[in-house]
Design a protein around this ligand. Structure first.
Ligand SMILES: CC(=O)[C@@H](O)[C@H](O)COP(=O)(O)O
Ligand SMILES: NCC(=O)COP(=O)(O)O
Length: 250
């Protein structure tokens, strides 16, 4: 089984874009902020341009694609529901990774993974389309071994484990059973040849315990990281995340 030396930190810029959008001018500038994060050492940037464009907009994807192209090894991960608009955006911008999320148009935030009993053919077709254009595919998934087995048969490259249930259990200080479920799903995915990412509600308090699962290739973190940066400053917060993500290298 392949275990990464360290987990890549991909910072989700949605909440930076939300702040920008609230005043109708380009401040904070999402690309400048992304550049600042790259200089601090993050390995990736994530955006989730929702159908209503209330956070990151399609334009941001193109601008960030141009930014990361100037940095060797820095990846852009674009997440979203695969409607026609989103797929055209992926085709035009060619990010390193596209994470498909089963969001409804009016969804407040992502709150479930794909049900592959229902959407197997759709995901199989999309995985093939993404492979053809050279974009790594990932799908947002609950930590459910049946879903992981189906995911491996769709041909996707990776899964992103939806971690809200883990984060909630961790906040209650009662997370061992839940974490075991994630560990089982991650181990099975790795055995079946899938890469494993994770995200949603991860934060400085719960990440280290989650990364005791050795196979996590990438975590995408945005909401809590932005709030923590308000309290502690972004330089310090990113430094702490990078320490946690590289702890297994020591
Ligand atoms: C798929 C996922 O968990 C994230 O993309 C998360 O939904 C962040 O998006 P919001 O910032 O819109 O909540
Ligand atoms: N894929 C998860 C993500 O990008 C960020 O989720 P959150 O940290 O904003 O909950």
């Amino acid at each position: 089984m392949f275990f990464p030396v360290m987990t890549a930190l991909s910072v989700n810029l949605n909440k930076i874009a939300l702040l920008r959008n609230s005043r109708g001018r380009d401040y904070p500038n999402v690309v400048a902020y992304g550049r600042y994060l790259i200089d601090l050492g993050v390995q990736g940037l994530t955006v989730h341009p929702r159908q209503d464009q209330r956070h990151t907009k399609d334009r941001d994807v193109h601008d960030l694609r141009e930014l990361v192209a100037a940095f060797h090894g820095i990846e852009l991960n674009v997440e979203g529901y695969p409607d026609e608009r989103f797929l055209q955006l992926i085709l035009a911008s060619r990010p390193h990774q596209c994470t498909l999320v089963p969001d409804a148009p009016d969804q407040l935030t992502s709150d479930h993974g794909w049900d592959l009993h229902q959407h197997f053919d759709q995901i199989k077709t999309l995985a093939e389309q993404l492979r053809r254009i050279g974009v790594r595919s990932s799908i947002f998934l609950d930590p459910d071994c049946q879903q992981v087995e189906l995911a491996a048969k769709t041909g996707v490259d990776r899964i992103e484990l939806y971690t809200e249930a883990y984060a909630n259990a961790h906040a209650q200080d009662d997370y061992n059973d839940t974490l075991r479920q994630y560990r089982r799903a991650a181990n099975l995915a790795t055995q079946l040849g899938l890469g494993v990412n994770a995200g949603h509600d991860l934060d400085l308090n719960n990440l280290a315990d989650f990364l005791t699962i050795p196979s996590i290739l990438e975590v995408s973190i945005g909401h809590a990281l932005t709030v923590e940066s308000l309290y502690q400053g972004v330089d310090s917060v990113i430094k702490q995340y990078l320490q946690i993500c590289s702890a297994k290298a020591q």
